[in-house]
Write a protein that binds this ligand. Structure first.
Ligand code: SAM
Length: 216
């Protein structure tokens, strides 16, 4: 079956022999794809309409024994199976962190996240209990995305790592993403009124980090 480059990247980070709990699954196509590649999944979404679509897709691909659809807010009433990879993608950082904070972590072995915003805040909140195992930047349908894989165990990232990531900077293919961020920040900086000093200073710092990384 065909899924987007973004969803394929997420799937590529799911460890073998793990259960998957995909929160905010929408149509559930990622879960169908994973189930066709030997994973058992709980595909959950807060929207009844989405879960109806998931049920249709489960039927279409005949994976009734591998994907369980659940309509719920976050992980409410979901019993996390042993050895679970939790997936939160296409959601905002605040929602992602709220869901993780309510999640019992005993059975979680990894968390894959693709947040739509505030990646520095996401890394800051996550590092209290988790560390980055991988980060991948991708360009899909004219949008840059960062997909992160987290494992248990806290770590401390400095401000530059919180902004750029800790693994992305060592990957050659991240350059395009950083170049995009650099141009975006330069553009914002050029439009910021001079009395917005704090915002200006932050942007200047981020631009300096991006320029340094692009030079390496
Ligand atoms: C933009 S879609 C992303 C779908 C899919 N995960 C992906 O990456 O393509 C976000 C989905 O999250 C669901 N959602 C938003 N808040 C949620 C919550 N608190 N609990 C469960 N699902 C939620 C929405 O209904 C929507 O289907």
């Amino acid at each position: 079956m065909k899924i987007s480059k973004r969803l394929k990247t997420i799937a590529s980070l799911v460890p073998d022999n793990t259960y998957v709990v995909d929160v905010g699954c929408d149509h559930g196509l990622l879960d169908i794809y994973l189930s066709l590649n030997n994973h058992y999944c709980i595909a959950s979404d807060i929207s009844k309409k989405c879960i109806e679509k998931v049920k249709e897709n489960i039927k279409k691909y005949q994976v009734q024994d591998k994907v369980i659809p659940v309509c719920t807010d976050g992980i409410t009433n979901i019993e996390i199976p042993e050895n679970t990879c939790l997936i939160l993608s296409g959601l905002g950082t605040k929602t992602i962190i709220d869901i993780i904070n309510k999640c019992p972590l005993d059975n979680i072995n990894s968390i894959i996240i693709q947040s739509n915003n505030e990646l520095d805040i996401l890394r800051f909140k996550m590092m209290k209990k988790f560390h980055l195992e991988d980060e991948i930047s991708i360009y899909d349908k004219n949008i840059f995305y960062v997909v992160m894989k987290w494992a248990k165990g806290s770590i401390t990232y400095n401000d530059k790592e919180l902004y750029l990531g800790s693994i992305l900077p060592i990957k050659k293919e991240s350059k395009k993403y950083y170049q995009f961020l650099l141009e975006k920040n330069q553009n914002i900086l050029s439009k910021i009124p001079s009395n917005h000093l704090e915002k200006k200073q932050l942007l200047e710092k981020q631009i300096k980090w991006l320029e340094e990384t692009l030079k390496d």
